[in-house]
Design a protein around this ligand. Structure first.
Ligand code: TIU
Length: 224
């Protein structure tokens, strides 16, 4: 068991029961011309999360630890997209419409896929999810339980939307979540700050928060 310095107190990490969860690092959220920009956001706000996440991903791969990726999106016929989600925002160009990176948030399209820097490796599960939470209408819980996973190291975008929703879902299912502050990103600096505070407040009401440097130094020391 490796102890990781975190808020609100140390997080116990056992490599065999811990997975890295990388949430929605898709072109649609991180690159110009995608869903994130169509919602009116400055997508450059998320890019700081890429490099530290790549380092954590490489370490998990070197240590043979489990890695799971998620992607938010829908079937090409949009039968799994609630009309309320499709119409939200009164967007000129929205979910299912043809944009510069293909059809927006549609599975199989260029914009829907994960950015090159964090491309999933063979054998790493990719969870396609129709909602903001990674557990809703997916087989993520079953996959984690089948591999004996009890703890999640959480990274991805956006901090206050898909990351928080997923951490809340995971916490209610009995998983312990450690969120890496520099590996998650929001379009809104104030939401980044407060979103992270909410997780670790009240004695860790939803989970723990640390950063990638802290995790990597203690993880490498604990395993070698
Ligand atoms: N808009 C926004 O902040 N996020 C999303 O729509 N999805 C995710 O967070 N992945």
């Amino acid at each position: 068991m490796t102890m990781i310095d975190a808020k609100p107190y140390k997080f116990e990490l056992e490599p065999e029961t811990t997975a890295l969860l990388i949430i929605d690092m898709q072109r649609d959220f991180l690159e110009p011309g995608g869903f994130g920009e169509m919602l009116g956001n400055d997508v450059s706000q998320l890019r700081h999360a890429i490099e530290p996440t790549r380092k954590v991903l490489n370490t998990f791969r070197e240590l043979g630890m489990m890695v799971v990726h998620t992607r938010e999106g829908h079937r090409p016929d949009l039968t799994d997209c609630p009309p309320a989600k499709k119409s939200r925002g009164n967007l000129e160009l929205g979910i299912g419409d043809l944009g510069p990176m293909g059809r927006v948030l549609v599975r199989g399209e260029w914009g829907h896929d994960i950015i090159d820097e964090l491309k999933p490796a063979l054998g790493e599960p990719v969870i396609d999810k129709p909602g903001k939470g990674s557990f809703y209408a997916t087989d993520l819980e079953r996959i984690l339980l089948n591999q004996g996973i009890k703890r999640l190291i959480v990274t991805g975008v956006t901090t206050e939307v898909c990351v928080q929703t997923t951490v809340r879902e995971a916490n209610d299912r009995g998983f312990e979540c450690l969120v890496l502050a520099d590996c998650v990103g929001s379009y809104f600096p104030e939401f980044q700050e407060v979103g992270l505070k909410m997780i670790a407040a009240q004695g860790g009401i939803f989970g723990w928060v640390t950063d990638s440097a802290q995790l990597l130094s203690e993880l490498s020391a604990g395993v070698s």
